[in-house]
Design a protein around this ligand. Structure first.
Ligand SMILES: *Cc1c(COP(=O)(O)O)cnc(C)c1O
Length: 451
């Protein structure tokens, strides 16, 4: 299978090149040329399959042409060493809990899959691959833990000194092995700038193989479709053969998570519609209302992993529905009528946007009425379902992280002392190891050249 760029000028790439490069040369995002339908037999069997088996069938549709079956099955099983259960919160509203992985957030799924696929394409013994990742908190921990102990790969996590919560920091500074944490004397944007400069620097690239592990990588975002199929399989069991209308509500920032669900829908997953729940960063919400996309500087909120003012995966959503409008051929996408694309998108996806005050009030209401502790991101999803779910529908919102990752905020809002799960406590016992770095690129480059 080949991958084209959403900017439609770069040459098409193999899966291997798309994974190793991350972004296409024309700065567009890679899209698979073909999105396969799953066979009838899969739907018939689905309710009796395990999570790993459901995920393998989906992975086979995405990657089966490019990865040997045995290796792919191994990658999928190794990635999904934890469950993603659907939990009833109240009548007709369920949480898809994505926080049972090593760093207690949904990013574990994509990061673990990508680490294993990268190793498959760049086996140990070949030139080592160096992954650079800038983080404001959650991405660094998921990527570092996803790649921990994977031979042939070294990860450098750059994070802003004093700007990351102690719980987040310990998740990537205490690991050792093939993970190096770099504490930058600056803000998140400085970390991002260092990583970008490194990718552009010819000396560095001649000296070492560099790649990025952010959410634009196809190996990080496509595997997220696994748990939408698994959630559906769980609902089929729960409804014991009765028909139901399913609505997914996804707390969204960079829109990688919801984008993988839209791919699932295109592959035949019977979802009636989607809701994209946002915090105060309402760029996508405004696009749905007006058809006009206007990026904004990001606004800081209590659901901070969704503080994105120009979501990268918006380009993929536009491309996916433009492709539908022009009848499926990637070559015709640039000529798609933007109004028709907007119509296709709004007929399937609605939006919501909430202030910090509304998020906090929702956490309190849900806790008082159901006893369920929402994290600030999941709270946006829950609230949008409460407001928009129709009586004929069953709604699932994604609990994208464990509330204890935001313990200070959650304790303060709910007036409780949330216990810290054992997995998080283990990280907190480890010894912090990090390399202090100025925000000056020359220092960072000299450091990498010595490695
Ligand atoms: C990354 C993240 C999000 C946003 O996901 P996108 O794929 O960027 O839309 C939501 N919640 C949590 C907890 C996250 O870490």
């Amino acid at each position: 299978m080949l991958y084209y760029s959403t900017n439609h000028t770069a040459a098409r790439a193999t899966l291997r090149d798309a994974v190793v490069r991350g972004l296409a040369e024309d700065r567009g995002l890679y899209m698979p040329e073909v999105i396969k339908q799953l066979p009838e037999s899969f739907w018939d069997e689905m309710a009796s399959l395990t999570f790993q088996e459901v995920a393998y069938r989906v992975a086979d549709a995405f990657f089966g042409e490019d990865v040997e079956a045995k290796a792919l099955r191994h990658i999928v099983c190794d990635t999904l060493s934890f469950d993603c259960p659907v939990v009833k919160v109240e009548d007709n509203i369920y949480a898809l809990e994505l926080f049972h992985g090593p760093t207690l957030a949904f990013k574990d799924v994509g990061a673990r899959f990508m680490a294993r696929l990268l190793r498959y394409f760049a086996p140990a013994g070949e030139n080592k691959v160096n992954v650079l990742v800038a983080t404001s908190g959650d991405t660094g921990s998921a990527v570092a833990n996803g790649f921990l102990g994977v031979e042939g790969i070294h990860v450098y996590v750059l994070y802003p000194k004093g700007k990351v919560s102690p719980i987040q920091e310990c998740q990537f500074t205490t690991l050792g092995q093939n993970i190096t944490a770099i504490e930058v004397d600056g803000v998140f944007d400085d970390c991002q700038a260092l990583v970008k400069s490194a990718f552009m620097d010819q000396d560095l690239n001649a000296h070492m193989r560099l790649t990025s592990a952010n959410s634009i990588n196809v190996a990080r975002f496509l595997p997220q479709a696994f748990y939408y199929f698994w959630a559906y399989a769980q609902m089929v069991r729960l409804n014991a053969g009765m028909a139901f209308n399913l609505t997914f509500c996804v707390p969204s920032g960079n829109f990688g998570n919801i984008c993988s669900a839209l791919f699932g829908h295109t592959m035949g997953l019977p979802i009636k519609r989607f809701i994209a729940a946002n915090n105060a960063n309402d760029v996508f919400y405004n696009y749905l209302q007006t058809g006009i996309y206007t990026p904004q500087p990001s606004k800081q909120t209590i659901a901070n992993a969704m503080d994105v003012g120009d979501p990268s995966n918006f380009a993929r959503i536009l491309d996916l529905y433009a492709r539908g409008v022009v009848g499926g051929s990637p070559a015709d996408i640039p000529s798609a009528d933007p109004k028709a694309v907007h119509k296709a998108i709004t007929s399937l996806i609605s939006g919501a946007t909430y202030t910090d005050g509304q998020i906090a009030a929702t956490m309190c209401d849900c806790y008082a009425q159901t006893g369920y502790v929402l994290d600030p991101h999941g709270a946006c999803g829950y609230r949008a379902l409460k407001e928009q779910l129709q009586p004929s529908e069953i709604g699932i919102f994604l609990e994208t992280a464990h509330p204890a990752k935001f313990k200070d905020t959650v304790d303060h809002i709910l007036g409780i002392d949330l216990p810290i799960p054992e997995k998080l406590q283990t990280f907190m016992c480890g010894e912090k190891q990090s390399v202090a770095m100025s925000k000056d690129f020359a220092n960072f480059k000299a450091f990498l050249l010595q490695q």
